[in-house]
Design a protein around this ligand. Sequence first.
Ligand SMILES: Cc1cc2nc3c(=O)[nH]c(=O)nc-3n(C[C@H](O)[C@H](O)[C@H](O)COP(=O)(O)OP(=O)(O)OC[C@H]3O[C@@H](n4cnc5c(N)ncnc54)[C@H](O)[C@@H]3O)c2cc1C
Length: 466
Amino acid sequence: MPERRIPVAAEADVVVVGAGPGGFAAALQAARMDCSVVLIEKYDMPGGVHTSGLQGSAGPGVGGIHTELMQRFADAGYIYTFSEKTHPGWAGNPLSHYERLMKPGTEFTRQSFNPDGAGSLMARMLDEAGVTCFYGASFLDAIVKTAPKNQTGNQGRIDAVIIETASGKQAVKGKVFVDGTGTAELVARSGAPFVRGGGGQPTGAKWDGVNRPIPGGLLWIMDGIDFQRLRKHQQDAKDPVLAKVIAEATAAKDIPPGLYRPRMAGENVYGGLYIGHPTIDMSPMLRDGTYILWQNVPYEWALHMDDSAEDASKAKRELRGFIDAEAGFLRKYVPGFENATIQHVGRYLGIRDGRHPVGEYVFSLKDAQKQTHFADAVTQPMTKTFFWDGYAKHTFEVPYRSFLPKKIDNLLLTGASMSFTYEVIFMVMRNFPWCTQTGEIAGTAAARAVKQGIPPKRLEWTQPYF
Ligand SMILES: Cc1cc2nc3c(=O)[nH]c(=O)nc-3n(C[C@H](O)[C@H](O)[C@H](O)COP(=O)(O)OP(=O)(O)OC[C@H]3O[C@@H](n4cnc5c(N)ncnc54)[C@H](O)[C@@H]3O)c2cc1C
């Protein structure tokens, strides 16, 4: 066989793989700090789970690029706001994804952004900053060489990544790389260490000892829903979780086994959380009468969608089937859904518990509980509620070393691919605002390293960024 050479499609100071909130903000920030930047994204727009995956949850800006994004989404008319006034009976409704634990009648305000509009706007922001974006481009592999001894010792250094595009296999060379894949795929392909998803359950919950990843989910949107009619049925038929209509459809063999179970069924998989049991779970989205619905992978299936082709394919196939069956059931059996239609199914089946890189520092729940102080803190002490230990509030710092995977000296972590233990990442540190912040920090670190002519691992981080 003659040797085949892979053409170099581009070369840049900073190469970012994956354009979720983390990769997007990293690329934007590095470009704004005058680096040449290439961004590689599998789908047709940035935003990851929040755009291609339809998540779209919005909220007040937390500073930096996140605040800018929220403002630009609002200016473009892409933010939808709903409240107990617009949706009477939503607070405390057991079908509500976010508001179900509230006391009925509680006043609240929630916002979401239009995923497709937001994705296009984010793409425009990258263009404005001069980022070269390869969309429809799959990252396949990393070419790793040994780093010069005088720089970081026995570390490897990524020279290029191999991608697959409409032009075939191509290479992209760079000085600094950022893993924005959400599942630490670049970490894995470059030989840096990671822990596989599926670490277990929160302390205190019943657990049979089998390691199953926290299930991922496929989100979809239905429009034409009459919530007040649905609510009337819940009240009049005394059927708050729709158990009666589910039983009726099950008896008529109109829904496949396992499609629904009563919410959490008393066998809570993740404490009081919603994940793990397919159930009717929805939230207003885009405009009145339109709702996003969650279709989570059943917990028992124990799918590793990030590293098993079979599991990834099974999840996509089965969840699409569930959505089809759920839409049919809702329209036929549930008052308020008679005229509802499927409007959109996410392109992206989100993974909540993929690979967790082992970095120069692995941030754990203990660090939050003990308020560990870090000389290389990237943020001022921030306060967040950790769900893992019983909804407890902690004030904590995060070190720059959690952005640095072991073994590779020119790779930075961001978003859901940080060097955190899985309970930290799942329960607290993977939401849209924080992932955008970590991207901005990674982009800043990349640009500083390029300017100083050193790998990110040698960069000294002495001042919090946020
Ligand atoms: C089902 C679900 C529901 C969630 N609900 C909420 C919520 O309500 N609120 C909230 O704030 N957060 C929520 N999250 C969490 C949040 O969406 C994620 O943690 C966050 O999007 C992670 O950001 P990221 O940038 O690390 O990666 P992602 O958003 O996962 O983006 C990764 C990007 O990398 C690309 N990519 C991956 N592999 C490759 C490859 N090989 N080649 C090219 N491109 C690649 C993907 O296409 C994607 O665009 C949810 C997550 C899931 C899965």
